[in-house]
Design a protein. Structure first.
Length: 129
């Protein structure tokens, strides 16, 4: 696997260690790579409490019909955390990449934000050009 980030890959949120080398894409294949082994479905989840001030800001944004930046920040943080955990799980099962990745977002009232990410862990090798 090369150190390059695949063009269709999900944005990196500062992955730690070797997990940063795991390619993550929403597509069913990796352009420029041949999948040699489908390992297993991997998933990760992050649930964050929004806190009183974020809740208050979300309530005000809802009332005024504007964007809630605090809730957006929490959702982005949860997504980046879930992606990092997904990369770590893929690394644990010996994968080089995760394909077919999908995201599920949920807000439990206004006090909790959750992000679940799921994909297929695979081994892949670069295709000679």
């Amino acid at each position: 696997m090369s150190d390059q980030q695949h063009p269709g890959a999900a944005p990196e949120g500062e992955p730690r260690g070797d997990a940063g080398r795991i390619l993550v894409t929403t597509t069913p294949a990796l352009e420029g790579y041949r999948i040699t082994r489908y390992i297993e479905v991997v998933s990760a989840e992050t649930i964050l409490g929004t806190g009183f001030f974020s809740e208050l800001a979300a309530w005000a944004a809802d009332l005024l019909g504007t964007e809630s930046r605090a809730l957006g920040w929490k959702t982005r943080t949860a997504r980046e955390s879930s992606l990092q955990k997904l990369r770590e799980r893929a690394l644990e099962v010996g994968a080089d990449a995760v394909i077919g990745t999908s995201f599920a977002y949920s807000s439990n009232s206004r006090s909790m934000v959750s992000v679940i990410v799921t994909g297929t862990a695979v081994n892949a090798v670069p295709v000679p050009r």
